[in-house]
Design a protein around this ligand. Structure first.
Ligand SMILES: Nc1ncnc2c1ncn2[C@@H]1O[C@H](COP(=O)(O)OP(=O)(O)OP(=O)(O)O)[C@@H](O)[C@H]1O
Length: 323
């Protein structure tokens, strides 16, 4: 069964079409990243799933439950850590967690156990009698995750859970979320940190201006980029060795690569540096060159992300009748 399934999901705020027909499927147990520039519609998508925003059209289901017709069942399956802090400021945080679990139908004694466990997991158990208000910024982020997990949800939705936190805390939060996913919880994560998506997610969906422009694994996305191999030789070379010249096919595509001489060094652009390198080294050796140094660089996921959303913009924002 799918954890999340949307078909042609639409949302209009006045004149603004924030979601323009989003069809997405997230499998049970998957770690799915939703990426997109500011205003792409990520929070709107999440808010429809949790019943905070009413859809204008299309379908949205969580574990088969319609998010509007079967609101209670769908909502009880979700643990949400929203982007904005929206926590009761008058109660100690442990009580906030107990109330939260109770609201979702968890009996009081179990709720209390879960609250303690969640606070321990995120490392702020010793602050259990403190009000949210008095926590540090990092502790607040930890608490948001504790609150999302206290109902033991099948689907964890995290809207930029690590925004503005330091590297250490980010890694701590990653570890906790990864463990939950390994134990079977489906995770939907939105983030602006591409590295986060690359490290954590099985698949990422890129949303741009209310439309899904791409769904693939981080690896698949990375393989779209071009790797550059720069080889420094003992002496300068003035021409690409003929064995490599034969591979030039007008650009670096899946089957080939493009080699050129730049400042006396050999530069090869390829889809896959690992696969190409051996061939390049053999060709240089056969041509009698001594290799002094090899430097490889990959296009980052960040660059690919920028490219994908820019290309989408070129199409959707092109004036009518324009090619
Ligand atoms: N309640 C609202 N009323 C009017 N417009 C809204 C409302 N909520 C969101 N929008 C608009 O809908 C669009 C999508 O917003 P949304 O918050 O879903 O984007 P996002 O991808 O989450 O952005 P960010 O990465 O900045 O959080 C934006 O243009 C936003 O201004």
């Amino acid at each position: 069964m799918s954890a999340i399934e949307t078909e042609d999901l639409r949302k209009r705020y006045g004149d603004l079409q924030a979601l323009k027909g989003v069809s997405l499927e997230v499998d049970e147990g998957e770690f799915f990243g939703l990426l997109g520039p500011n205003g792409a519609g990520k929070t709107t998508f999440i808010n429809i799933l949790v019943g905070l925003v009413k859809k204008s059209g299309g379908e949205a289901r969580v574990f088969g439950y319609d998010v509007e017709d079967d609101y209670r069942e769908a909502r009880d399956a979700i643990g949400l850590a929203p982007q904005e802090f929206n926590v009761d400021r008058f109660f100690p945080i442990r009580e906030v967690l107990v109330h939260k679990a109770g609201y979702h139908g968890v009996p009081k004694d179990v709720a209390e156990e879960r609250a303690d466990e969640a606070l321990r997991t995120v490392g702020i158990y010793d602050k259990r009698d403190t009000r949210f208000h008095w926590l540090s910024g990092g502790m607040k982020r930890r608490f948001m995750l504790a609150r999302a997990m206290v109902t033991d949800p099948d689907l964890l939705i995290l809207d930029e859970p690590t925004a503005g936190v330091d590297v250490q805390l980010r890694h701590d939060l990653w570890e906790i979320i990864t463990r939950m996913n390994e134990e079977g919880t489906t995770v939907l994560l939105t983030t602006h940190y591409i590295e986060e998506a690359e490290r954590l997610c099985d698949r990422v969906g890129i949303l741009d201006e209310g439309e899904v422009v791409e769904v693939s694994s981080p690896d698949e996305l990375m393989s779209r980029g071009t790797d550059t191999v720069r080889v420094t030789l003992a002496g300068e070379i003035d021409a690409v060795p003929s064995a490599l010249n034969g591979k030039v096919n007008g650009g670096a595509d899946a089957d080939g690569y493009e080699a050129r001489v730049e400042d006396g060094e050999l530069v090869v652009e390829t889809r896959n540096a690992g696969a190409t390198l051996a061939e390049v080294m053999r060709a240089l050796d056969d041509a009698g060159h001594d290799v002094v140094d090899v430097e490889m660089s990959r296009t980052s996921l960040e660059e690919i992300f920028v490219e994908v959303t820019r290309d989408h913009g070129d199409v959707t924002r092109a004036p009518e009748g324009d090619a």
